[in-house]
Design a protein around this ligand. Structure first.
Ligand code: SF4
Length: 150
């Protein structure tokens, strides 16, 4: 990652347009902490979150725990014009767009504007904050499950 291009920070403010959570297939992978937060917020146990709202997705020969989608490809938690679990949303959603993959180069960052009107607009986020989002994702590894779903 070449951090030099965001040494002076980057602008981002989510407009809640929902383009990243509706109408198209996508993957929201969960960490153990994400599961705990969702379970607490929804008032159920972690097993129930997995059963009702998750699927296993094969990645590099292993299964990762991922939110399901509705038949119309909206996120399972998208309802009534927004995110039903916004306060407990997974770290992948909270940290967007400050993901390592999006910060690999200025070109990659600028390419996000095509799909997200919040990129390069609104609030300025400093380098420290951006790097902390990356570190947080490293500290919260994703759930990896065995082939039998355990
Ligand atoms: S596409 Fe961007 S602006 Fe729209 S909801 Fe997603 S993060 Fe927010």
């Amino acid at each position: 990652m070449d951090g030099a291009f965001f040494a002076d920070g980057l602008k981002f403010s989510c407009t809640r347009c929902s383009r990243c959570c509706r109408h198209e297939p996508g993957f929201v992978f969960l960490s153990s902490r994400d599961l705990e937060l969702l379970a607490r917020g929804l008032g159920v146990d972690g097993g129930e979150v997995v059963r009702l709202y998750c699927r296993d997705v094969p990645v590099d020969g292993r299964l990762r725990l991922c939110l399901t989608e509705k038949p119309n490809l909206d996120c399972v938690f998208w309802e009534n014009g927004g995110c039903a679990v916004y306060s407990w949303r997974p770290l992948q959603c909270r940290s967007y767009p400050f993901w390592q993959s999006n910060l690999s180069s200025r070109e990659r960052w600028e390419s996000l504007r095509a799909d997200c009107p919040g990129v390069d607009a609104g609030e300025m986020h400093g380098r420290e904050e951006i790097e902390e989002w990356i570190r947080r994702r490293e500290r919260e590894p994703l759930v990896v499950r065995s082939q039998n779903g355990a």
